[in-house]
Design a protein around this ligand. Structure first.
Ligand SMILES: Nc1nc(=O)c2c([nH]1)NC[C@@H]1CN(c3ccc(C(=O)N[C@@H](CCC(=O)O)C(=O)O)cc3)CN21
Ligand SMILES: CC(C)C(=O)C(=O)O
Ligand SMILES: [Mg+2]
Length: 279
């Protein structure tokens, strides 16, 4: 398992950090077997696994449940879990209690929280308590309503300066990594150069110190919408539909199950059931 020091060192060496979301045993296992550096149990699970229209309905219970499942599949990969909507803003005590539950009951190494300077006190408190914290700025889906939707952020000089200011505040508060979501590549590059801690882009261009994508997006398993920053490395949704269609057709045609997928008993035993006459 990689350590916080490894991530710092990777940035210094120009070695990219690969993060992928995972939400359960099979996705956690596939991520670990593929050599992913960091597994993120993202609150995107609300949309790609639970079918909600946003990440707002996701609860602490959901995040703990899915972190435990992903952990069983990825025992040796550094794991971060998203703190869900409004579970860290209300008070320092609330942030501490909830982060502790994710680490202790979920079994992750650290937590990710959305926001800039305004949540720096929470970041500092968690880090002081020994919980590694990853920041997340730019498009912060938990506040999509306030941002008027899932839109690119930091396109004006003023907004870009604010992003840099927030990133520096999170670094100063002790964050070990920051996700930059949906911001111009030039802004992500500037931020990445000004920070000592690694930046992880999702719609942040190639100059970030690492990248993150949603598991279901990389494999083409989420088909409701495809953001511009997503590259589908496979089209498993289409392949799954074909396979399940073939299953249904074979059952209906009586072609499945065949002998190779059935069990039998010997003639001797069979006679004792039917007696003489078999109909
Ligand atoms: N499947 C999935 N992938 C994600 O990356 C993701 C989720 N779900 N759910 C939680 C958030 C929501 N995210 C999103 C969702 C939509 C866009 C999107 O459609 N963006 C427009 C940008 C429009 C603009 O301002 O120009 C796009 O065309 O990419 C972006 C991020 C990222 N996260
Ligand atoms: C897209 C990543 C960064 C995330 O926050 C999530 O999966 O919830
Ligand atoms: Mg998230």
């Amino acid at each position: 398992m990689k350590t916080l020091n490894d991530f710092l060192q990777m940035k210094k060496n120009g070695e990219k950090i690969v993060m992928l979301t995972a939400y359960d045993y099979p996705s956690g296992r596939l991520a670990e077997e593929s050599g992913i550096d960091v597994v993120l149990v993202g609150d995107s699970l609300g949309m790609v696994v639970l079918g909600y229209d946003s990440t707002v309905p996701v609860t602490m219970a959901d995040m703990i449940h899915h972190t435990r499942a992903a952990r069983r599949g990825a025992k040796n990969t550094f794991m971060l879990t998203d703190m869900p909507y409004l579970t860290y803003q209300i008070s320092m005590a609330q942030a501490m209690e909830n982060a502790a539950r994710l680490v202790q009951e979920g079994g992750c190494e650290g937590v990710k929280i959305e926001g800039g300077e305004e949540i720096a006190p929470q970041v500092r408190a968690l880090v002081n308590a020994g919980i590694p914290v990853c920041g997340h700025i730019g498009l912060t889906p938990q506040s999509a309503t306030s941002l008027s939707g899932y839109k690119v952020q930091g396109r004006t000089a003023e907004a870009a300066r604010k992003l840099l200011h927030d990133a520096l505040a999170l670094e100063a508060a002790g964050a070990f990594m920051i996700v930059l979501e949906c911001i111009p590549a030039q802004v992500a590059e500037l931020i990445s150069k000004r920070l000592s801690i690694p930046t992880i882009g999702i719609g942040g261009g190639a100059a970030c110190d690492g990248q993150v994508l949603v598991f279901h997006d990389t494999l083409g398993l989420f088909e409701r919408f495809v953001p511009k920053f997503v590259k589908q490395f496979e089209t498993l949704g289409a392949k799954a539909r074909d396979a399940l269609g073939a299953y249904a057709a074979e059952v209906r045609a009586g072609a499945f199950p065949d002998e190779a997928h059935s069990f039998s008993m010997n003639e001797e035993q069979l006679k004792q059931i039917y007696g003489d006459g078999r109909d």
